[in-house]
Design a protein around this ligand. Structure first.
Ligand code: ZN
Length: 221
C-alpha cells in the first residue's frame, strides 16, 4: 500500500511540474521563448547545492569542491543567457552539507531513464522532501554514485539535478545539468555546453537561448 502511495505521489509531482512549466514558457516567458536570442533583459536563476552524507564514510565532497563548478556556471550563464546565477536563498552560500541522513537508494542513484523510474520510488520522495524551494529554484544533490553518469537531470519534470563526486568537481557538469533542467537536450557539437562529455565547451546556439530563458527556473525577479 505504501509503495502505491509513493508511486502516486511521484506521478503527481511530475504532472504538477508539466502544468506549471507550460504557462511559464508560453505566457509568462513568451517574450524569451520567442526572442531569447536577444539575451535581454537580464534574468536570474537560483540554485542550492546539497551534499548528501554517507553514514559509513567521510563525505567524498566538501562545499569548497563545488566552487569551480559554481564559477563556471556563473560565467557561462551570464555570457550566454544574460542570466545571473544566485544562491537559492539570498545571502546564503550556494553549497551546504545536508544534515538529514540520506537513504542508500538516494546516495546510489541512477542515470537517464533509470532516474525517471527512481522518481516513483523512495529516491524521488527523498529528493522532493529536501528541495531548496518549489518550481523556481533548482536544487543540485551531490550523491555518492550515479549509474553510468557523473550527472543527471530529468529536465523540466523535476526541480533538481544530481551530481556524483567526479561531476561535482568537474567545472562544466553543474552548468550542463542546470541547462538540462531548463529544457535543453544533448546536441552533437563538442564546443557546446550540451555536449555529452567533460570535453564540452561552453558555447550555445541562438535557439538554446530561447529555450533556456523561457524556462520557469529563469525569472525576472
Ligand atoms: Zn547531459
Amino acid at each position: 500500500m505504501e509503495k502505491i502511495w509513493i508511486r502516486i505521489k511521484g506521478a503527481t509531482r511530475i504532472l504538477i511540474r508539466i502544468i506549471v512549466e507550460v504557462p511559464h514558457r508560453f505566457v509568462i516567458n513568451i517574450f524569451d521563448t520567442l526572442f531569447g536570442f536577444l539575451s535581454w533583459p537580464e534574468k536570474k536563476i537560483r540554485v542550492g547545492i546539497f551534499i548528501l552524507q554517507d553514514p559509513q564514510t567521510n563525505p567524498a565532497v566538501s562545499p569548497a569542491d563545488l566552487d569551480a563548478a559554481i564559477e563556471y556556471a556563473k560565467t557561462s550563464f551570464k555570457k550566454n543567457f544574460n542570466t545571473r546565477l544566485l544562491p537559492h536563498k539570498n545571502m546564503q552560500p550556494f553549497t551546504e552539507m545536508l544534515q538529514k541522513k540520506a537513504p542508500y537508494e538516494a546516495l546510489n542513484t541512477k542515470g537517464s531513464i533509470g532516474a525517471l523510474a527512481e522518481e516513483f520510488k523512495i529516491t524521488g520522495s527523498f529528493f522532493a522532501s529536501n528541495l531548496s524551494g518549489l518550481f523556481y529554484p533548482i536544487t543540485a544533490f551531490v550523491v555518492l554514485d550515479i549509474d553510468h553518469a557523473s550527472g543527471c537531470s530529468l529536465g523540466p519534470l523535476t526541480d533538481y539535478v544530481t551530481l556524483d563526486p567526479v561531476g561535482a568537481k568537474n567545472a562544466s557538469t553543474l552548468a550542463h545539468e542546470i541547462a538540462h533542467a531548463c529544457g535543453l537536450w544533448h546536441i552533437r557539437s563538442k564546443s557546446n555546453l550540451l555536449w555529452r562529455t567533460f570535453s564540452r565547451g561552453d558555447e550555445v546556439k541562438w535557439w538554446q537561448k530561447n529555450i533556456f530563458r523561457g524556462s520557469r527556473h529563469v525569472t525576472y525577479w
